[in-house]
Design a protein around this ligand. Structure first.
Ligand code: 5GP
Length: 121
């Protein structure tokens, strides 16, 4: 675990059931739940159950099994929501430049409409 991980971040509290979430699916190593402020008709967050700060921390320090089950859960949610054909977007914000708000690694899965171009650079 990264030393700067804050055990009191909101997703850590969700994992400890200290605050509720609208659960979509879970497996041994990952949890999927609806984003509280959806940016598209389907907006689901997928997080590892163990404490990882961001994408880099997760991919550097998680076990292969954890990594496998995180991405398997993303895939299961895509199947459950029937968006594999129409499409979707996967985003993971990281750090200051990525404007990451919650310091527990998470994947945003967005879909249910045409999402437009990714960025207006
Ligand atoms: P980030 O900017 O860190 O990539 O995204 C954090 C996401 O977490 C945001 O989309 C925000 O709406 C969502 N979020 C923040 N607090 C809560 C919460 O208490 N419950 C749920 N379900 N989502 C949250």
């Amino acid at each position: 675990m990264n030393k700067s991980y804050d055990k009191n971040n909101i997703f850590a509290k969700i994992l400890r059931s200290e605050i509720p979430c609208q659960k979509v699916l879970e497996n041994d190593h990952a949890l999927a739940f609806s984003d509280i402020n959806p940016q598209s008709p389907i907006h689901i967050l997928i997080i590892p159950k163990k404490a990882y700060l961001n994408f880099h921390d997760f991919t550097q320090n998680a076990s292969i099994k954890e990594i496998e089950l995180l991405w398997k859960l993303v895939s299961e949610v895509i199947k459950l929501k029937k968006i594999s054909k129409k499409g979707f977007r996967i985003i993971s914000n990281s750090g200051d430049d990525g404007n990451q708000d919650v310091p527990h690694f998470h994947v945003h899965l967005l879909g249910g409409k045409n999402l437009g171009r990714m960025m207006n650079l």
